[in-house]
Design a protein around this ligand. Sequence first.
Ligand code: MLT
Ligand code: MN
Ligand code: ZN
Length: 296
Amino acid sequence: MILTVLGAAAGGGVPQWNCACRNCSLARAGLLPRMTQSSVAVSLDGTEWVVLNASPDIRAQLAASPRFAPSVLRGSPVKAVVVTNADVDHIAGLLSLREGTNFDLWASVETHAVLSADAVFGVMAEGTVIRREVALDIGFGPLPGLVVTPFAVPGKVALFLEETMGTGHRMGGQTVGLEISGNGRRAFYIPGSADVPDWLLTRVEGADLLFFDGTVFDDDEMVREGVGTKTGSRMGHVAIGGPGGTLERFSGSRIGRKILIHINNTNPILRPDSPEREAVLAAGWDVAQDGMEVSL
Ligand code: MLT
Ligand code: MN
Ligand code: ZN
């Protein structure tokens, strides 16, 4: 199984178009790697791919690697897209996949409802893009030999739905994690989780690979950096550090490889010399980067 990080950043990317925070400024100056928004591609054979989350950067992400070049006049090695929630950074890229090539779009009933309610997603023509509903805890096969099982993780509704649906944490199809199995290997992709409950630790135990929510190191990081008023928790993202944070919660886990992804541009783990990055590496985690590839 091959997993390629198309985009390692949270919504906004690095640098974010309207941000001059420390990391965004360093990236603009060429002193930190630029990062596009949250997406991973998975393949068993390197020729057919499923994309997990369609970020607003998907056109450039697919163009950046020969892996995704069409081998026919019109067509794509991307055979399916799986969406973990209806956040803009995970669905806006669907609008760039509208040029008439067939693929399957897998999402929960909640996420499909958001897409169906918005006429602009009709650019994915019926009959060309097949919208397939996934059920929680039931595996489906987006590619031959690959089984993806979505499961509810603690999360919240998309930002643009908060006014009508509320801001609280909830468990259900609105935010899912993905278990990906194939060739006898087991990987997880969980770019957003508001918490690390015991059952989640049990679920990922013994996996070969875990991509996990690396949005913020400290819950109040965006407030402290002066770029916003929201905490990580308010956005549905558990902090990496601190009590009950990701490092502490996974400290006893046996997982082949642990990689933080969906990293916000305020996060100090992006700076090679930060104590936070040192803490993450010392705890056995890697920090995702665009183009990073893992073969299992
Ligand atoms: C998130 O990950 O919390 C969302 O992408 C935020 C957003 O939609 O801007
Ligand atoms: Mn996001
Ligand atoms: Zn910034």
